[in-house]
Ligand binder design. Sequence first.
Ligand code: AMP
Length: 424
Amino acid sequence: MNILIIGSGGREHALAWKMAASPLTDKLYCAPGNAGIAQEAECAPLDVSDHTAVIAFCKEKKIGLVVVGPEVPLCAGIVDDLEGAGIKAFGPTKWAARLEGSKGFTKDLCKANNIPTAAYERFKSVGPAKAYVRKTGAPIVVKADGLAAGKGVVVAETVQEAEAAIDMMFGGGLGSPAWEIVIEECLVGEEASFFALCDGETAVQLASAQDHKRVGDGDKGPNTGGMGAYSPAPIMTDAMNKRVMDEIINPTVRALARAGAPYKGVFFAGLMITKDGPKLIEYNVRFGDPECQVLMLRLMSDLVPALMAAHDGQLKNFNLRWYPDAALTVVMAAKGYPGNYSKGSVIEGLDAAAQVEGVEIFHAGTKADGGKILANGGRVLNVCARGKTVREAQVRAYQAVDRIKWPDGFCRRDIGWRAIEREK
Ligand code: AMP
C-alpha cells in the first residue's frame, strides 16, 4: 500500500520512521515533510490546506491510506474531503475534531456525560467573564475557544491576571478576537498525557507519557510546544489507566457515537491526576509532539495495521505490543525559541550522535541544503533514546546531544527529572 503522511514535524518523522519499517508499506510519501523525513519517505511540496490538490496527489500516487499528523488540517475537514473522494484517511472528521478545536464543545460534552473535568463556564463578552472571575477568585484558568497553537490558555494566579487575560483574548491578543472563552477551575495535581486509538466504537489504550512544556530547566520560563517527553509516565499505574479508560475515554467514545459522529483516530487526553482521581484538562485529536516520538520508539507492533483497523472499525480484537523499555526525547531548539529566533544555521554531528546505543534522531524543523542540514524552525531536532529505565534513556539521549555541533541551538538538561526521582 502507498501511504501519505501529512505534516512536517518531529511527530511526522517518528510516524514515517515507524511506518517505513512496515512490510505493508510500498511507497511512503510525506507532505510537506522535512530533511529528516526525506530519509524515510518521498517529500511532496504540497500545500496541505488545498484539499483538492491533496486529493489529486493521492489519486495520482494511488495512496491507500492518508495519516494526518497535525490538528489544523483535521479541524479544517481534510478527512471528510479525502473520504468524500474515496480515499482512506486516518483521523477524526471535522465535526469530531471539535474535541480539540472547541474547548466549549468538549466541556459541554464532559458535563453531559459525567466525564471528570474542571468546573467551568462559557462566555461571549468581557463583562460577564470578569464578573465571574471576581466572584470565583483566583487561581483560575482562562482559555480561548479555538485552536491557538498552545497560546490560548492562561493559568492566572490572581484576579487581575485573569482579567488581563480576558481583555487580551477578546481584544485580539491571540491574532484575532476570541469569539468565546471558557473560564475554569484550576486543577491541582500531576499532569500526564494519555493516548488511545479509536475506531468509532472501540478504544485501545496506547502508552502514557509526560512532557515538559516550559522552556527552562526546573520547568521554569515561558510555555513552549514541548521541550522533551518520556514514556511511560510513572504516575499512570495500571489502575489509573483503567480509570482513565472507564471514566474519560470510553464515555467520550459512546457520547460521540450516540451523537452520530463516531470518533476514528487517536485520542490524546491531557490529564491532571488529582487527589480525587484523573480529570480531563483537554482533548487533542492527534498524536502529541514530542510524545509521539517516544511512543513510536516503544511500540513493538506494526503501526500500519493498527491505523487501518482504527479506520475500518476493526479494533475490537486488536492487541498492540510494547517494548518494556522506557523512552525519552530531548528537544533541541533554536536559541531565542519560543520567542524570536533565526533560521538557516548549520547543524553537524548528527551521524555520530545517532550511533549512541538506543538513540534515534527525529527532525522537527530542518531543511537540506546540498549535503548540509540547516535549522528551519523553533523546535528543530528530537534526540530520542530507549533504555531499561528513564534514567538510562536520559543518559543516552544526552550523550547523543553532546555529539551534535550546533552553536545556535539549545536544549534543557533535565528532561525526565520527575520520573528519575521516582526511579531512585
Ligand atoms: P491546554 O492547552 O488546555 O493543554 O493547557 C495548557 C496547559 O495549561 C496545561 O498543560 C496545563 O498545564 C495548564 N492548564 C490548563 N487547564 C488547566 C486547569 N484547569 N487547571 C490547571 N492547569 C491547567
